[in-house]
Design a binder for this molecule. Structure first.
Ligand SMILES: [Zn+2]
Length: 80
């Protein structure tokens, strides 16, 4: 082990091992990790679906309006 100026001891954010700062890298989630714990960001994190306006639905079934029932002295009156 040789002395390298400008490096310091650091702890890996994942495994907790102590390494020199030159052996660690910053990961996509802002964690400083060793080479064993470094991983690229998953490609599906960059997949975006187009907004709904650009791909309208072929058909829909909207929820019907609610029917309120009012009960007055035992009689049932249906209001629409
Ligand atoms: Zn590690």
């Amino acid at each position: 082990m040789t002395l390298k100026l400008g490096q310091w001891n650091a702890i890996c954010d994942v495994c907790g091992f102590k390494l020199k700062s030159g052996k660690m890298r910053k990961r996509w989630d802002n964690m400083y990790v060793c080479d064993d714990d470094w991983e690229p960001r998953h490609p599906l994190d960059f997949v975006r679906t187009p907004p709904d306006k650009e791909r309208p639905l072929p058909w829909t079934r909207p929820e019907p309006y609610p029917v309120y029932v009012e009960v007055v002295e035992g009689d049932i009156i249906i209001e629409e």
